[in-house]
Write a protein that binds this ligand. Structure first.
Ligand SMILES: NC(=O)c1ncn([C@@H]2O[C@H](COP(=O)(O)O)[C@@H](O)[C@H]2O)c1NC=O
Length: 538
């Protein structure tokens, strides 16, 4: 049975007489407290916050005067007391609650200002288990939730960014807090504690290697309200989880318009892909459209790699996202700005490159400070109607796999290098994925088809278009290799690749008809390597 509510009318405006301030992040605290004090609000505060206020010359009461109890156990217990929670939770217009307050000497707290121990920051920096646990705030969320529940009477302020708004509202309403503000701040407070607990539970799941805990909470902080979502009739926001993975969420935007929903999605796909390439070994560039690569290439320089990536599908690359695995230099920047590009993302950019990009006002330049570790663990969450699908990030890397040659002919050294390159790219192509590659560059990408043979045909057709556009006399697919993200269920897809000119194949294997597929490869003179790992991506 549900808890029955006391049907007391909610006052539209409530005077703020007493405020409790208990903040870890002391940004703006003094000014806010001063402003409250100037408006006749009595200040109560905890340990470090109290000291900061006192040192600033403010009249403030220590929380232990309210609780009649000292702060104990290294601060684990300082505000967990009926005098605090009664003051936050009492229904001011209820006679029983009033009687309890008088009986126990409890004074109402009309405003709670609090922010929590920096658990998310501490664990993001790799804190050990004991440090992580010690940074789980208990008293803060308890007070935040109590104040938020009692928003009929209490104003709960959890974000220094709201201090000015609260003072403005008090001023507009003669020192009283309006219900619209109290409701809005209560929503924010509950979302804050929920995101905090999501971070704690996900960290614990990670520590305990628990991939499927009984409940999975996902939390994030609003970083940007987009003009719209995937389409103009959809509203959307970008929430950051606090994960410190170099990429679109953590990058610094140097210039250009704000990113749209689709830009963020595509930029993420681009940077995750290019992060597969070790910058100490090679320069690499990926050009992305609709979250699929329309060209990826390695090169001695970023300029070489960009030109080869662009050659793969110059038509689709128009309006694309370009990701680079090394510091952007002027030579590459000059090439990139020759066609309309939405976003460039790279670990860094030198001054000359920045200057070239600056001439294109709308072009966004994002710098990440490093590459994402393709082997790192992480959560991947997707929503379906009525549920969340949660899995580990696909952190399989072809270099770590035990590759098996199953055909009579083994790949040559050049073919093997291209096979690995193509499989690395295929991991980032929507299924069914077929990638043709030659000399460290894609020459045709078939993405997102319902049949593998269609993906193979599309990749071949795109390679023919690219051959024509580049004015080459020999098809780009001649002597290329082919990667498939999943096994070939029949020999047809493989034969289609052989017809296009492929000489070597990389695929996971594992089909009921592997023998048939291997025999067909032998008959066509192909070399085939099985990875034992599938890279579906949807
Ligand atoms: N245990 C408690 O009773 C308690 N009450 C408040 N805190 C937290 O202590 C911090 C403020 O402490 P101080 O004012 O001493 O710097 C805030 O982040 C607040 O959320 C507590 N700490 C942890 O749970």
């Amino acid at each position: 049975m549900a808890i029955v509510s006391k049907s007391v009318p909610v006052p539209p405006l409530v005077p703020v007489k007493r405020a409790l301030l208990s903040v870890f992040d002391k940004t703006g605290l003094i000014d806010f407290a001063k402003a409250l004090a100037e408006r006749g609000v009595e200040l109560v505060s905890t340990g470090g916050s109290y000291k900061a206020l006192k040192d600033a010359g403010l009249a403030v009461m220590d929380i232990s005067e309210v609780t009649g109890f000292p702060e104990i156990m290294d601060g684990r217990v300082k505000t967990l007391h009926p005098a605090v929670h009664g003051g936050l939770l009492s229904i001011r217009d209820d006679a029983d609650h009033q009687a309890a307050m008088s009986e126990h000497g409890i004074t109402g707290i009309d405003l709670f200002c609090g922010n929590l121990y920096p658990f998310e920051d501490v664990v993001a920096k790799g804190a050990d288990y004991a440090t992580g646990v010690e940074n789980i705030d208990i008293g803060g969320p308890a007070m935040t939730r109590a104040a938020a529940k009692n928003h009929a009477y209490v104003t709960v302020v959890t974000d220094p960014a709201d201090y000015d708004l609260v003072i403005d509202e008090l001023d507009k309403n003669n020192g009283r807090s309006p219900i619209e503000l109290r409701k809005k701040l209560a929503l924010k407070a509950f979302a804050r504690t929920a995101a905090y607990d999501a971070a704690v539970s996900n960290w614990l799941a990670d520590q305990l290697d628990e991939a499927t805990p009984a409940y999975r909470a996902v939390g994030g902080k609003l970083a940007e309200v987009m003009r719209y979502g995937e389409n103009p009739h959809q509203s959307a926001g970008f929430y950051k989880t606090g994960e410190v993975r170099p990429g679109v969420a953590t990058a610094k935007q140097i210039q250009g318009k704000t990113l749209s929903y689709n830009n963020i999605n595509d930029t993420d796909a681009a940077f995750e892909l290019v992060s597969e390439f070790d910058p100490a070994r090679t320069a690499a560039v990926a050009i992305i459209k609709h979250a699929n690569p329309c060209g990826v290439a390695e090169g001695k320089t970023l300029k070489d790699a960009y030109e080869l990536a662009l050659r793969c599908d110059p038509v689709s690359a128009f309006g694309g996202i370009v990701a680079l695995n090394q510091k952007l230099d002027a030579a590459a920047a000059e090439e990139i700005v020759k066609i309309f590009t939405e976003v460039i993302i790279a670990p860094d950019a030198d001054d000359a490159a920045r200057e070239i990009i600056a001439a294109k006002k709308n072009l966004r330049l994002l710098l990440t400070g490093g590459l994402a570790d393709p082997r790192a663990k992480g959560l991947f969450v997707k929503s379906v109607a009525g549920g969340l699908l949660v899995q580990n990030r696909d952190n399989g890397v072809v270099d770590d796999l035990d590759l098996k040659v199953v055909t009579k002919r083994a790949p040559t050294a050049q073919e093997l290098s291209d096979l690995k390159f193509a499989f690395r790219v295929a991991k980032h192509v929507k299924s069914n994925a077929i990638v043709y590659a030659k000399d460290g560059a894609t020459v045709g990408v078939g993405a997102g088809q319902m049949s593998r043979v269609d993906s193979a045909r599309i990749a071949a057709r795109k390679a023919l278009d690219a051959t024509e556009t580049a004015g080459l006399s020999e098809a780009l697919t001649k002597g290329c290799v082919v990667a498939s993200d999943a096994f070939f269920p029949f020999a047809d897809g493989l034969l289609s690749a052989a017809e296009a000119g492929a000489t070597a194949v990389i695929q996971p294997g594992g089909s009921m008809r592997d023998d048939e597929v291997i025999a067909a490869a032998d008959e066509a003179g192909l070399a085939m390597v099985l990875t034992g790992m599938r890279h579906f991506r949807h």
